[in-house]
Design a protein around this ligand. Structure first.
Ligand code: NAX
Length: 322
């Protein structure tokens, strides 16, 4: 048996939390021989429901679960954690402007960044799922001066997986047959799911350009809304699966590209310091941005459009950036 991993999940009582916690407990993130100590964090009105989720986790008698702790206290919940999934966030309510949402969530991620800075493991890996995920990750990173900004990431893996799935459907192949797929930019409708570099069996993937620009890109970018329309509620298990994939790969490494929302180093026209979806590989516990790619005009334009939105979001929360 390996040493146990300490992990925190915020928004533990929510829909994504409910799906995610059972995957963590089953060993799908850290490995089937790695025990887990799980802290479930939520706000006071949701505490009871989080306790119920912990009771169910206990009832499942997972062999790897060493402890389950439910709390509303961030410093208790983040104490010494190796991994933190920041899922909880304030939903957008009727009449709420985007700027209000940014600000309301900004306050949450300011507090969480500060608490992680104070008490988490110095190697903590943080994945922000709660929306607006990119800007929330930016805020958390900026409020954790003693941690490296690269320890904070935003989830674009669901968008990445959606892109693979749509490509597989179109070509009649399996999603695992493809490599070098990336989703640039913001986890929002402005994102750019990019097949320019995609390969299958080491060969470039040839796609119909009309399908690519008229169907594939908008479909992936607006898939969240499509799920809500068809299912009647937002993506939950697929979002949890993507969070599992992201953290799993961060801990275990990857050969092929994955999309992670990472702090930009200024490559590819993405302002340094913004958190954006980029082509990355995970090595030695770090996401590395794939370097040296030649972009065409279409790619540059699409990336720039999403980066412009990220800049606006950053401007709206500039007072929270520590
Ligand atoms: P739920 O509404 O089921 O759960 C929300 C959770 O957040 C609850 O646990 C609630 O107690 C907690 N919460 C509410 N207000 C809070 C506050 N002020 N401070 C801290 N926590 C608070 O949402 P769920 O479906 O679980 O989605 C969670 C978040 O994931 C949302 O922000 C959602 O937009 C975001 N998503 C992000 C995705 C991504 O790819 N990055 C995809 C899926 C999802 O849309």
């Amino acid at each position: 048996m390996a040493n146990s991993v300490k992990v925190a999940v915020t928004g533990a009582s929510g829909n994504i939390g409910y799906a995610l916690l059972f995957r963590i407990a089953a060993g799908d993130v850290f490995g089937k021989d790695t025990p887990v100590e799980i802290n479930l964090i939520d706000i006071e009105p949701s505490l009871q429901a989080a306790k119920g989720t912990a009771m169910e986790l206990s009832d499942a008698a997972f062999p790897l679960v060493r402890s389950l702790n439910v709390t509303t206290d961030l410093e208790e919940g983040f104490k010494d954690v190796d991994a933190a999934f920041l899922v909880g966030s304030r939903p957008r309510t009727k009449g709420m402007e985007r700027a209000d949402l940014l600000e309301a969530n900004g306050a949450i991620f300011t507090d969480q960044g500060k608490a992680l800075n104070k008490v988490a493991s110095r190697d903590v890996k943080v994945l922000v799922v709660g929306n607006p995920a990119n800007t929330n990750a930016l805020i958390a990173a900026n409020n954790a001066p003693d941690l490296d900004p690269s320890q904070f990431t935003a989830m674009l893996r669901l968008d990445h997986n959606r892109a693979l799935s749509q490509l597989a459907k179109k070509t009649g192949k399996h999603s695992t047959d493809f490599s070098r797929v990336v989703v640039w930019g913001n986890h929002s409708a402005s994102q750019f799911p990019d097949l320019t570099f995609a390969e299958s069996d080491g060969q470039p993937v040839e796609v119909d350009q009309d399908w690519y620009t008229e169907e594939f890109i908008p479909r992936v970018a607006k898939r969240g809304a499509e799920i809500i329309e068809v299912r009647g509620s937002s993506s939950a298990a697929s979002a949890a699966a993507a969070a599992v994939d992201h953290m799993h790969d961060w801990f275990h490494g990857t050969e092929d590209w994955r999309t992670a929302g990472v702090v930009s180093d200024g490559s590819y026209g993405v302002d340094a310091g913004l958190v954006a979806g980029m082509p990355t590989v995970a090595r030695d516990g770090k996401w590395e941005i794939v370097q040296g790619l030649e972009l065409n005009d279409f790619q540059r334009e699409r990336i720039a459009a999403s980066v412009a939105e990220l800049r606006e979001e950053k401007e709206a929360v500039k007072d929270l950036l520590g």
